[in-house]
Design a protein. Structure first.
Length: 328
């Protein structure tokens, strides 16, 4: 058997990925926001309840962890070839500790998932019936994630720290071939992100609505930047985010209405209005002259430090994926 030699001089570390990613945020920021917003929409659409989906993927991640520990790998097609997924040694307490949610909340959501037919409990074992909800198979998310990995690889190519030339299709094929491994890495990036923002905003729905305002603002700011050709003036993470916020505060771009937020997220308009009122009371949002929601400068002091923790997990996911691509 021929063993492939690994050139460790070409292996990335977390700090390299993080530093270059943050230094090139003007080229990556909007695509990352779209990546996360698209995923959050899928999270909500599955059950019209973020927490139910969070419980399901936490159980799936547990199985992927077991596969990883036992050195078992499944491709995308093989992993989804069967409608049922068996989870060993299920416990409400374990889920509560992992998701930082009250036991009553987790128990209620699990019971609701059982009524929907998504979960079936047999003593300590639980079975996930994937045929019940369509959003379980992340066909589109694999493509979106592959595109973002490609963008990061291109930045690292230009910076001279990553030599392998990739394209989106190559990345997608490698992720699909090593799906059980790559998606465990993906969930280990995304689950702590949701838990963290739950703690910041009080619930995930509020974060989802806030994030949609952020996406709208990022698109408008990027458009202004492109039209004025000032790419060289906004090279990094802090400058991009400060510019995005101050651009709105100075009235240079449009916000987003409650109706539009509801249409974009599928969250009921009444819920959107209630959550936006809370976000305004807490200082995260304000209304512009057109009665549209925009970010305030408070976000720079309150949210950006937390985002850096999220981006550390993102750097780990990207580092592992890019190193896998290097040896594939």
């Amino acid at each position: 058997m021929n063993l492939k030699q690994i050139d460790f001089s070409k292996v990335l570390n977390d700090d390299q990925v993080y530093d270059h990613m943050m230094a090139s945020y003007d080229q990556l920021g909007r695509d990352w926001i779209v990546h996360q917003w698209s995923w959050m929409n899928n999270v909500y659409l599955a059950f019209k309840d973020h927490y139910k989906y969070l419980i399901v993927i936490s159980l799936v991640e547990k199985t992927l962890q077991f596969y990883d520990q036992m050195n078992i790998q499944h491709s995308f097609d093989h992993f989804y070839s069967k409608s049922n997924l068996f989870i060993e040694k299920f416990s409400i307490t374990e889920l509560c500790e992992k998701l930082l949610l009250p036991k009553e909340t987790v128990r209620r959501k699990v019971l609701e998932l059982e009524k929907l037919g998504v979960l079936k409990r047999i003593k300590k074992q639980i079975i996930i019936d994937r045929s019940v909800f369509s959003q379980v198979k992340p066909e589109r998310q694999v493509k979106i994630t592959s595109k973002y990995v490609y963008l990061v690889s291109s930045i690292l190519n230009k910076d001279g720290i990553y030599s392998k030339k990739l394209d989106t299709k190559i990345i997608e094929n490698v992720i699909r071939k090593n799906f059980s491994l790559c998606w465990r890495w993906f969930y280990r990036m995304q689950i702590p992100m949701i838990i963290g923002y739950h703690e910041v905003f009080g619930d995930v729905t509020t974060f989802h609505i806030w994030g949609t305002v952020v996406m709208n603002q990022a698109f408008n700011y990027k458009k202004v930047v492109s039209e004025n050709n000032v790419h060289s003036l906004i090279p990094d993470y802090m400058t991009f985010n400060k510019g995005m916020v101050t651009d709105q505060e100075e009235g240079n771009s449009s916000g987003v209405s409650a109706m539009s937020l509801s249409d974009m997220t599928n969250i009921p308009r009444a819920t959107v209005i209630r959550k936006c009122k809370y976000l305004m009371e807490q200082g995260y949002l304000k209304l512009n002259d057109k009665k549209q929601y925009v970010l305030t400068g408070y976000n720079i002091d309150k949210i950006l430090p937390h985002q850096r923790k999220v981006f550390r997990n993102k750097a780990k996911f990207l580092r592992k994926t890019l190193n896998l691509l290097t040896i594939s």
